[in-house]
Design a binder for this molecule. Sequence first.
Ligand SMILES: NC(=O)c1ccc[n+]([C@@H]2O[C@H](COP(=O)([O-])OP(=O)(O)OC[C@H]3O[C@@H](n4cnc5c(N)ncnc54)[C@H](OP(=O)(O)O)[C@@H]3O)[C@@H](O)[C@H]2O)c1
Length: 236
Amino acid sequence: MDAVRVDEAETLIVNGLTAYQMLHTKAKVRAGQTVLVTGAAGGVGSILVQLARNAGAHVIGTASPRHHEALRALGVEPIDYRDPDLAARVRTLAPDGVDAVFDHLGGASVTLSYRLLNRTGTLVSYSIAAALDGTRPILLDFLPLLAKLAFWNHLPTHRHASFYDIWAGAGKPDSAKREAFRARTRTDLTHVLNLLRDGVLTAQIAARFPLAEAAAAMELAESSTRTAPGKIILAP
Ligand SMILES: NC(=O)c1ccc[n+]([C@@H]2O[C@H](COP(=O)([O-])OP(=O)(O)OC[C@H]3O[C@@H](n4cnc5c(N)ncnc54)[C@H](OP(=O)(O)O)[C@@H]3O)[C@@H](O)[C@H]2O)c1
């Protein structure tokens, strides 16, 4: 493989692998399909939208208005996630429902995400970010999510719902499963880094700081008004 910049590659190790496997392994998104990405300007979301566009899908993404222009430039139809008419807006863009939803919020969002699917659609849930405020044990929100996903899968429909975990299989005592995890990670990460090298994926780097300015980097990371999406890189 030709060289890719280390800091650019770093932005894709976890988020790129997550987005790639959710899109291609879990939801198997094809050209012409319509997908909904929650948090489309976030670390995982921003890669999901690029991969989905590259696969030929129509992409609807929820994000704060400050990111809408950048999302439109990527060919994404942005919707403000605070818009009380969010569901109606999605249904206007995809009257029969969407083929896949990638939901990082859990709670009420994941229920809405499931309702926005078409008859054969796939929901991929991958976090309960809406509940991660540190005020209660995460199992109190995670277990109901898993119960919901299992319940939906038992309904007599052609829809599918599942939780994605990048580490699934990594800690298995069964060495065949562990080896399968390693092989899958190696293969998929190679695809992701090739897409970066080929210019299909753009690494989203919001800013670079020297290590000595780590406090300023944290301040920027936590700022709710920053417009440049992506990772903040600390260089030694
Ligand atoms: N399951 C796995 O294997 C796996 C792998 C990787 C990451 N994750 C998890 O996935 C989650 C997202 O990670 P990330 O790196 O993408 O986070 P991130 O970069 O912080 O992005 C999160 C995005 O969420 C958006 N957001 C906030 N409130 C929202 C709402 N109510 N509705 C829709 N979007 C909202 C924000 O959008 P704006 O900026 O537009 O306001 C932000 O861009 C984290 O909880 C992470 O731990 C799971």
